[in-house]
Design a protein around this ligand. Structure first.
Ligand SMILES: [Fe+2]
Length: 328
């Protein structure tokens, strides 16, 4: 039987190796010609991760709600997902209302774009109850456990990223907390980033960023064992050299003026610039995806400092030794 590589599959019932009825090969077993299956990342099979951006109008008005940045159709995932492993959302909460942020996840990260309130979580298993008071600019992470209630004192918007899509793919539910609930206060984050910007040697740097880490996770130096978070500023006039990594970035723009953008593409020119780049313009309170392996560089032509918070699955990628971060 002649087969093209694209369809070169055999199964016990039809293939050349099918045996008698007593054959020990299961009916579900398949074999592919290496050329048909060695790289299944292509449209219609394992779909590539698309470029996508969401503007701040998504969370600017309306009732209290969880607003998923959902690409499940494009990614072929059974539930809401923004990348194969992660799901990002905006959560809008009106004053004196509450939203339950339920997810079967090992890691949930929240960043407060605006407002103030309290995150309350009841005890579950060996996990103690916890309460975190949050306000604008705060970031906090929660491990696996009971669904937290986010109660707002004033109208609030939070950015929420968790790894439930990864667990759904694996067919598992989390059984233990791998780190303690941890709160990174806005004032501390801003003060430390400003100290970095003011340090000798920073004047010519166009990459001024803090990587959030946790004492419970010393080997990856990441905000959870799965998630990676960076609090960064791009100074006015900066043009970054391109870099790339195998983690997917779910970039949140905290604050910027018009004229800040990211260039992204799959190849470099001889001079190290990105060949035929796509330009993604930043918006305060907007979000966009940087697909894995794509070269990207941030440019600030706005005349004012811009702040960003990319969240990635780079905790997991670091543990797998597959992050492969490279700089042009
Ligand atoms: Fe990056």
């Amino acid at each position: 039987m002649t087969q093209t590589p694209e369809h070169a599959t055999t199964s016990p019932s039809s293939g050349p190796s099918s045996g008698p009825a007593s054959s020990p090969t299961s009916g579900k077993a398949q074999l592919f010609d290496y050329r048909a299956a060695a790289n299944p990342v292509r449209p219609g099979l394992t779909d590539p991760i698309p470029y996508n951006a969401w503007g701040p109008e998504l969370h600017a008005s309306g009732p209290s709600a969880i607003l998923p940045l959902d690409l499940s159709q494009q990614l072929g995932t059974p539930g809401p997902a923004t990348s194969p492993a992660l799901a990002a959302h905006f959560i809008r909460i009106q004053a004196d209302e509450g939203v339950k942020a339920a997810a079967q996840a090992t890691s949930s990260l929240f960043f407060v774009l605006s407002g103030s309130g309290e995150c309350r979580r009841s005890a579950e298993g060996t996990q103690p109850a916890c309460s975190i008071r949050w306000s604008q600019g705060d970031l906090f992470v929660l491990p696996a456990g009971a669904a937290p209630l986010l109660h707002a004192d004033t109208d609030s918007v939070l950015y929420w990223v968790h790894d439930a899509p990864l667990l759904t793919y694996l067919g598992v539910t989390p059984s233990e907390a791998r780190f303690e609930a941890t709160h990174y206060g806005a004032e501390w984050l801003r003060r430390e980033l400003q100290a970095l910007a003011d340090a000798p040697g920073s004047a010519r740097s166009n990459r001024l960023s803090l990587l959030l880490a946790n004492h419970d996770l010393p080997s990856t130096r990441t905000v959870t064992h799965v998630l990676w978070a960076m609090f960064g500023m791009v100074p006015a006039g900066a043009t970054q050299a391109p870099h790339r990594h195998q983690s997917v970035a779910l970039d949140l723009i905290i604050e910027c003026q018009p004229g800040v953008y990211t260039l992204v593409g799959t190849e470099l020119n001889e001079d190290g610039s990105i060949r035929n780049p796509k330009r993604i313009d930043w918006q305060s309170g907007g979000a966009f995806i940087t697909p894995p392996g794509h070269w990207h560089a941030h440019v600030n032509e706005s005349g004012a400092t811009a702040w960003l918070l990319p969240i990635q699955d780079a905790g997991l990628q670091t543990y797998l030794r597959s992050l492969d971060i490279r700089f042009a």
